[in-house]
Ligand binder design. Structure first.
Ligand code: NAD
Length: 328
């Protein structure tokens, strides 16, 4: 057992909940912090110092870092395209979390600080077609990030860089590309495409109407990283000497229509697709160039979309079934 504390902010969220589990497996003493009340956390782990605090507040950041050697900052106001296109100010306000947490971490003499950035930092003009070349780290500049959410991430990346250069705080930054898996959001408006498609197909199956809405024309392309790859990559990047922001994503590019095909196959149904051409869809195409992560870590995400979606689909199916049975 380690004596010092490892902090996971956003510990009540999707990735944070999995990261806490991973750190516990390693024998770490963990403090998990999230704005949500404990009853709304996706996973509440025993033997963890779980705290509900709003990390936009400076004092909350100061108490959060007390006695900590390591901070994983995963707290942010975020969601799928439907959320980030309609809540730009809220997304930008996450800058307060990273700012106050960096100041508190530096003052408390924290050893290592991780920031979860996003592929939304990449310049929009490099993502205008479906058969694009994958995004390299340098493609974030000249900057034209996703309005709101992406700009906050890009600014916070730079703040991590300057805290390293000017104050000697060891910071690590990963640019996550769409992460999916169990114990995440699949309804309510913040869900992302893989969970949303699973839920819609399950609903169509259970209701017997066999049709779903698809946002956009379904030809937009993305890559999706399964949660276990995200956690493994996060740990590796945190422990590495990589001082620049680095892609952490799958390079298995699919269109949203192909994503629907895979979920249909898992579910064993075919559904009619109603394309909502006015729905928020984000950039036309986006993939992760993994040259740098392979070079530094001799590793990259490897769980296939089919395998990851099988597990995710089963979990969402069970959740929906148990909600339905408690409702009756
Ligand atoms: P999530 O929404 O499930 O988790 C984020 C958590 O942060 C939530 O539980 C939320 O309550 C908490 N939070 C928000 N504001 C807070 C505040 N002021 N104080 C304390 N807690 C606060 O999202 P996630 O998918 O687990 O994402 C984790 C991190 O990874 C985020 O920073 C996100 O921007 C980043 N990211 C995620 C993805 C993805 O595909 N999931 C992609 C790129 C980047």
């Amino acid at each position: 057992m380690y004596d010092d504390v490892t902090v996971v902010t956003g510990g009540g969220g999707f990735i944070g909940g999995h990261l806490v589990a991973h750190l516990l497996d390693q024998g770490r003493r963990v403090r998990a912090v999230d704005r949500k009340p404990l009853s709304e956390w996706y996973q509440v782990h025993a033997d963890v110092d779980n705290r509900s605090l709003d990390l936009r507040e400076r004092e909350a950041c100061e108490t959060t870092v007390e006695g900590a050697s390591t901070i994983y900052n995963l707290a942010a106001d975020m969601g799928g395209m439907g959320f980030i296109e309609n809540n730009k100010a809220l997304c930008m306000l996450s800058v307060l979390i990273n700012t106050n947490l960096l100041i508190a971490a530096q003052q408390a003499g924290v050893g290592r600080y991780f920031f979860s950035s996003s592929a939304c930092v990449y310049a929009a003009d490099k993502q205008v077609s479906i058969d694009l070349t994958a995004l390299k780290e340098e493609d974030a500049y000249p900057a034209m990030a996703e309005d709101g959410y992406g700009w906050e991430k890009l600014f916070s990346e730079r703040m991590c860089r300057h805290f390293l250069e000017d104050f000697g705080l060891t910071t690590r930054v990963a640019r996550y590309h769409n992460v999916y898996g169990e114990h995440g959001t699949f309804e309510g408006g913040r869900e992302k495409a893989p969970a949303a498609i699973c839920r819609k197909i399950i609903e169509a199956q259970l209701a017997g109407h066999r049709q779903i809405d698809v946002w956009g024309d379904g030809e937009q392309t993305r890559s999706f990283m399964y949660i276990s790859d995200c956690i493994e990559g996060t740990s590796k990047i945190m422990e590495s000497d990589i001082t620049e922001p680095i892609n952490l994503g799958s390079s298995e590019l699919v269109s949203i229509n192909q994503l629907v095909d895979i979920v249909e196959e898992i579910a064993g149904v075919r559904v009619k697709r109603n394309y909502l051409l006015d729905a928020p869809v984000g950039v036309r195409g986006r993939n992760s160039d993994n040259t740098l992560i392979r070079k530094y870590l001799d590793w990259e995400p490897s769980v296939s979309l089919k395998d990851g979606l099988e597990r995710t689909y089963r979990w969402i199916y069970d959740e929906m079934q148990s909600k339905m049975s408690t409702a009756h």
